[in-house]
Design a protein around this ligand. Structure first.
Ligand SMILES: *[C@@H]1O[C@H](CO)[C@@H](O)[C@H](O)[C@H]1NC(C)=O
Ligand SMILES: *[C@@H]1O[C@H](CO)[C@@H](O)[C@H](O)[C@H]1NC(C)=O
Ligand SMILES: *[C@@H]1O[C@H](CO)[C@@H](O)[C@H](O)[C@H]1NC(C)=O
Length: 228
């Protein structure tokens, strides 16, 4: 692990150094990175948070076999390529690139990033038969981070809004019902009587009662008991 880290650092530093050195020291390799769904002439898109599968094509125009050790990459600020946003996963291959041959290797970029243009630097570590390492620049330009396609999420959101709206309507109707003025029950008040009228009324009821009660029941219970 320590060795890999060291070699990556050496690779990145070496690339900057070699960029200013004569091209003769580099093996005869042409590289090209194909981005998924790329449109020629436009900034390639990378979907944030999703696996973006690139294809890196190596063409060896030399007379000796080479080996592609690994591909490293970093996402950088577009305005300053030395300002690293994220070091991408290094992929180790160790695949032979035959003399006068072509090799296509996959490289996946998966990271979350806000939708905007950033810089991307991809480099390969290539080794010759004498085990000399050469950093080869694959890509060093801008890419455009975009949001994943929202189709299904949108449908889910709309459904959620409908459910929430329905809930609010239900709550609203419940509150409306609870707040509505109650239908007043008409309480009929018996017209008040004067004491005389009440007395008369009571007297009348008494009379009626007594008339109704059979004769023998009117006798005092005490008398009844003695007789039996
Ligand atoms: C990326 O890697 C380089 C070299 O190993 C290191 O110096 C730098 O701090 C790293 N940057 C980030 C953002 O991880
Ligand atoms: C990559 O491109 C940036 C901006 O154009 C430049 O500053 C940087 O030196 C390039 N890096 C390499 C390794 O060529
Ligand atoms: C980057 O992607 C966004 C969202 O898809 C788009 O609106 C914008 O035009 C793109 N920019 C470039 C330079 O391609």
């Amino acid at each position: 692990m320590f060795g890999l880290k060291q070699s990556l650092k050496a690779l990145l530093c070496g690339a900057i150094f070699l960029a200013s050195v004569s091209a003769q020291t580099l093996p005869n390799v042409a590289v090209n990175a194909d981005f998924p769904n790329a449109i020629a002439g436009l900034t390639p898109d990378l979907i944030s948070g999703e696996a973006n599968d690139l294809k890196v094509t190596f063409r060896n125009t030399g007379k000796t076999d080479l080996k592609v050790n690994l591909i490293v990459g970093s996402v950088v600020e577009m305005t300053d390529f030395s300002n690293v946003i994220r070091n991408l996963t290094a992929y180790r291959y160790g695949t032979t690139l035959k003399a006068d041959g072509t090799l296509i290797l996959p490289y996946t970029i998966k990271m979350e990033h806000a939708s905007r243009e950033v810089g991307l630097t991809l480099m390969a570590d290539i080794m010759d038969s004498s085990k000399n390492h050469f950093p080869v620049l694959i890509y060093n330009s801008t890419i455009n981070f975009t949001e994943p396609i929202q189709g299904w999420i949108d449908i889910q959101l709309i459904f959620l809004y409908v459910v929430i709206a329905g809930l609010f309507i239900a709550i609203g109707m419940f509150i409306k019902d609870a707040m509505a003025p109650e239908v007043k029950k008409s309480v009929k008040k018996t017209p008040s009587m004067t004491p005389e009228e009440r007395e008369a009324a009571l007297e009348k009821m008494k009379v009626l009662d007594e008339d109704w009660i059979p004769e023998h029941h009117k006798k005092s219970p005490r008398v009844t008991k003695r007789r039996s």
